[in-house]
Each structure stands twice: as structure tokens, then as C-alpha cells.
Design a protein around this ligand. Structure first.
Ligand code: SF4
Length: 259
């Protein structure tokens, strides 16, 4: 099925369901994908469908970002957020920390009111440079699609055989609340395996982890575009709102819904 690769280092601004007017930064290869997950719902496609390719150099990111920010500033565009997303996991870039510093500095110069967001699958949190860099941005938005390793293995398909939700949660707790949790809800079947992270046991266990992590807020959403494999169901907005209501009632955390 049709999926999209970002063919620029800087893309947009686009209207994001979750973040508002967002200028995107892609630190991954322009014609490939690199990710430590291989989510069945990934809008970039499955890892095996793409070459890995080269990641952009720090100078190329800086130059492209500054050029775009100057252009948007001249056009008096209102920018809500600068978002690291793109063709895979941004924190895998070896110079992610330096690029975050440069981005914050350019943001302060041209769009001081814009927030910096990083959409991350949280697999690189054990690298001190990545951890520190994520704590510098306003919105480290970290993925937690289930409280159960088995569900993550089927739906998000981590490359590491030692991936453990329990360990991930411990790392997320070291943010002391300075993070946002993002969770995509879906259900379906793929290659004979069934998944559904909307069941009662899934939601109860996930809420329990939210209580432990105590993030600033939670984003719940579902599939928006075509997925690389067939068989994934888009959850209704009503279901997402019911999940959000339950999180608010049981934890008091703010929750945003993008259906
Ligand atoms: S973590 Fe994000 S980029 Fe990586 S496979 Fe999943 S959806 Fe795609």
C-alpha cells in the first residue's frame, strides 16, 4: 500500500493533527528509512521496503533549517512548533544532540514562541547524549503503544530482541514528568498474528504505566493515512475519546485525541 518518504531535510510547514502548524525536520536518509522499530502502521513503510541510505550532515541540517526559518519569518508565518519526525527514528542520528542545540538556538532567534518537539520511539534513551538532548526540548513525545511486550513485538516490532516495556518505563521515569506519551490505538491481524491494544486488559495496564511515568500529558491517536500492510483498523473517535476520558478520570493527566 502507498506510504510516503520525506524527500527533504526540512519539510512543511504542515498542519499537524496533534501539534498545530509544524515545520518538520527529517534527520534520516532522504530516500530511505532507518528505525529501531518497524511498526505495522508506519507511514514511511516497512523497513525492508527501503534502502538505509545516508543521514544528513549537521551543517546541511543547520543551513537548510536557517534558510527555511528566514523565509518563513519574512513571510510572517505563524509557527507553532518545529518537529523532529521524518523517515525513521530521529534520535538514531549520531549528532542528534548537536542538532538539537542548533535548532533551539535558531528557534530562539527567528521564532522564539515556537516549541521544539521530537517524535520518538524512545529506544535510544539509554544514550546519555540523547537523554540530555530530549530534556532540552519543550515536547519530547515518546511512544508507548502497549504495556505488554507481546503486543509491542507484534505491532511495533522492535529491532532489539531485548526490548522490554518494563525497562522503557524505568527510563521514562527519569524524565520526572518532562515528557509527553504518545500511543497509537489499532487492532487487526498480520501474518496470522492478532493484535488489539484497545482491550480492557490493555487499557488498564497501560493506564497503570501512565500513573508510574506521570508525563505532562498523553496523546492518543489512530491511523491517519494508508498503512504499509493491510489488516489494521482505524479506531473511531468515540473510542479514542472514551480512552481519553478514562485516563483523565483515573490519573488526572491531560489527554489530547487525534482521530
Ligand atoms: S517508530 Fe515511527 S518511524 Fe519507526 S517504524 Fe514506528 S512509526 Fe515508523
Amino acid at each position: 500500500m502507498a506510504t510516503i518518504l520525506f524527500e527533504e531535510i526540512i519539510f512543511g510547514p504542515v498542519h499537524s493533527r496533534r501539534l498545530g502548524t509544524s515545520l518538520g525536520i527529517n534527520l534520516l536518509p532522504l530516500h530511505g528509512k532507518i528505525c529501531s522499530f518497524d511498526c505495522l502502521y508506519c507511514e514511511c513503510g516497512l523497513n525492508a521496503q527501503h534502502e538505509k541510505g545516508q543521514m544528513p550532515k549537521v551543517k546541511d541540517v543547520k543551513d537548510a533549517l536557517e534558510k527555511k526559518l528566514i523565509e518563513l519569518h519574512t513571510e510572517k508565518v505563524i509557527l507553532d512548533v518545529i518537529t523532529f519526525a521524518g523517515n525513521g527514528e530521529p534520535t538514531i542520528h549520531p549528532d542528534f544532540d548537536q542538532i538539537i542545540d542548533i535548532t533551539i538556538s535558531l528557534r530562539n532567534q527567528y521564532f522564539p514562541k515556537a516549541k521544539v518537539s521530537v517524535l520518538s520511539n524512545a529506544t535510544q534513551l539509554d544514550k546519555p547524549k540523547v537523554h540530555a538532548a530530549l530534556l532540552k526540548v519543550e515536547n519530547p513525545i515518546l511512544k508507548l503503544d502497549s504495556a505488554f511486550d507481546e503486543t509491542i513485538r507484534i505491532l511495533d516490532r522492535p529491532a532489539s530482541s531485548s526490548y522490554s516495556v518494563k525497562e522503557q518505563v524505568e527510563k521514562m521515569k527519569t524524565f520526572h514528568g518532562r515528557l509527553i506519551i504518545q500511543t497509537l490505538f489499532t487492532r487487526g491481524q498480520y501474518e496470522g498474528l492478532t493484535f488489539d491494544n484497545t482491550t480492557e486488559p490493555e487499557i488498564s495496564a497501560w493506564i497503570e504505566l501512565l500513573r508510574e511515568i506521570a508525563p505532562e500529558s498523553v496523546m492518543v491517536y489512530t491511523i491517519d493515512r494508508e498503512t504499509p500492510v493491510a489488516g489494521l483498523e482505524k479506531i473511531t473517535v468515540k473510542e479514542l475519546k472514551d480512552i481519553a476520558k478514562r485516563v483523565k478520570a483515573e490519573t488526572g493527566l491531560p489527554v489530547s485525541v487525534a482521530g
